[in-house]
Design a binder for this molecule. Structure first.
Ligand code: NAI
Length: 422
């Protein structure tokens, strides 16, 4: 496959560069790491393969890794989330080749992943696990030369842990998703803000007074539920995990099974990372005009195949909104084809820039750790060392001009001791 600049017009470059310039201005962590990497060239001689949502913030991560000496090849991790102008602009950055394109079919999606793999990466950076999986499945000869990799999202980490449990994961992977600097901000605030913003902008409808059903009260679900409540919606949460259901209840949300929530919701947002969350029995109960959106990684949370088979008619009612009209006249409106609504709607921008600065800060220091100490990690999924996460937090605090207290020696000694009692 040809790089994106050979597939699309380079007239897109300027628009992509403007988006990248704006993101760069608001990413102080990436700026600090860029300075460090430019000076030390930690990635010289490394080939980094990436499969991520190719939009402006991701482009800044790729250019920072390239500035540190890496040869970077990148493609998308979702058929609908690429910004073509950013992909073209990124392809023009020295040291980066981009294959990402919006609106690809399944064959083209995997061809682009293969194109990245053909660069023979020594390090992989993934969002959802498709790149790592494809390497293990189809290019086992590369496994020996790959030093390690990083995974961005919950679903990808789940997949990797399942691979590791089966003894199938052949190189070390950092669970970037699981760090405080990532999931307490990106999953909670990022998904909450950007999902609600994308739905509101796509539909031009209000949250106030609506009943919003949030499936899953994990990190993403908490963010979506809290922000929806903050917009004066009535929020109903569905869960399968008893403690998370209780947590939602204690935060004041109405907790119901989906079978009950289906009849009362105006807007449904799935955030479970699981499949078949909204299915036929739920479609049967829904009101006319409901909105159905998914914020989980894969498009398997809303059973669109069944909805399609139930529909008497289906048509695009607005950009990014497909109406499924049932034989009794009810219209169920699906956003972004059931794919990540905050990234895959036509006007979606993904998470706020500041949030991605943190997530990608963790990615960048993890790539540095793989280069510097990769041999210390066995094949499998690894938690990101806490000091790396703290390093990223400290850069951010400094950029924000926020000072904190430090433990005194006496306090440190007290905290480390088991002898102090009543
Ligand atoms: P999590 O594991 O913290 O939360 C998932 C929750 O869903 C859990 O509480 C689980 O008990 C619940 N759940 C599972 N099956 C369910 C069912 N049948 N009904 C109701 N609840 C159910 O995961 P997290 O971090 O919230 O991520 C969720 C998904 O969102 C993943 O696919 C992740 O990759 C994706 N994600 C999406 C982002 C975006 O930009 N849209 C950003 C970050 C993560």
């Amino acid at each position: 496959m040809q790089p994106i600049s050979d597939q699309l017009s380079t007239d897109l470059t300027e628009s992509g560069q403007r988006k990248m310039d704006w993101a760069r201005q608001h990413m102080p962590i990436m700026a600090a790491l860029r300075e460090q990497f430019e000076e030390n060239q930690p990635f010289a001689g490394e080939r980094i393969g990436m499969a991520m949502h190719v939009e402006a913030k991701t482009a800044i991560l790729a250019e920072v890794l390239a500035a540190g000496g890496a040869d970077v090849a990148i493609t998308g991790c979702n058929p609908l989330s690429t910004h073509d102008d950013v992909s073209v602009a990124l392809d023009a950055v020295e040291g980066v080749t981009s294959y990402a394109k919006r609106g690809v079919d399944s064959d083209e999606y995997y061809e682009a992943i293969e194109a990245v793999i053909e660069h023979e990466p020594t390090i992989t950076v993934d969002d959802g696990g498709d790149l790592v999986f494809a390497i293990h499945e189809d290019y086992p000869e590369l496994l020996d030369t790959i030093v390690g990799g990083c995974e961005e999202t919950t679903t990808g980490v789940h997949r990797l842990r399942a691979m590791a449990d089966d003894g199938a994961l052949e190189y070390p992977m950092f669970a970037v998703n699981d760090t405080p600097m990532k999931r307490l901000f990106d999953n909670i605030h990022g998904t909450g803000e950007s999902s609600l913003a994308s739905i509101a902008m796509t539909t031009n409808l209000s949250w106030a007074g609506k009943t919003v059903v949030v499936a899953g009260f994990g990190y993403c679900g908490k963010g979506v539920a809290r922000k929806a409540a903050g917009q004066n919606a009535n929020v109903v949460v569905t869960e399968v995990e008893p403690r998370r259901a209780l947590e939602a209840h204690m935060e004041g949300f109405d907790v119901q099974p989906m079978a009950d929530a289906a009849a009362c919701g105006d807007v449904f947002i799935t955030t479970t990372g699981n499949r078949d969350i909204i299915v036929e029995e739920h479609f049967e109960e829904m009101k006319d005009g409901v909105l159905l959106a998914n914020a989980g990684h894969f498009d398997v949370e809303i059973d669109l195949e069944t909805l399609e088979s139930m529909a008497a008619d289906t048509y695009e009612v607005r950009d990014g909104v497909q109406a499924y009209e049932l034989s009794d006249g009810r219209r169920l409106n699906v956003l972004a084809e059931g794919r990540l609504v905050n990234l895959a709607s036509p006007i979606s921008l993904g998470h706020p820039v500041e949030v991605m600065d943190q997530s990608f800060g963790v990615q960048a220091v993890c790539v540095r750790e793989i280069v510097e100490n990769g041999d210390a990690y066995a094949a499998g999924v690894h938690n990101v060392p806490d000091e790396l996460d703290i390093e990223v937090a400290e850069i951010k605090l400094e950029a924000e001009g926020i000072e904190t207290d430090a433990l005194t020696d006496t306090q440190q000694e007290y905290m480390d001791s088991w002898q102090h009692g009543t």
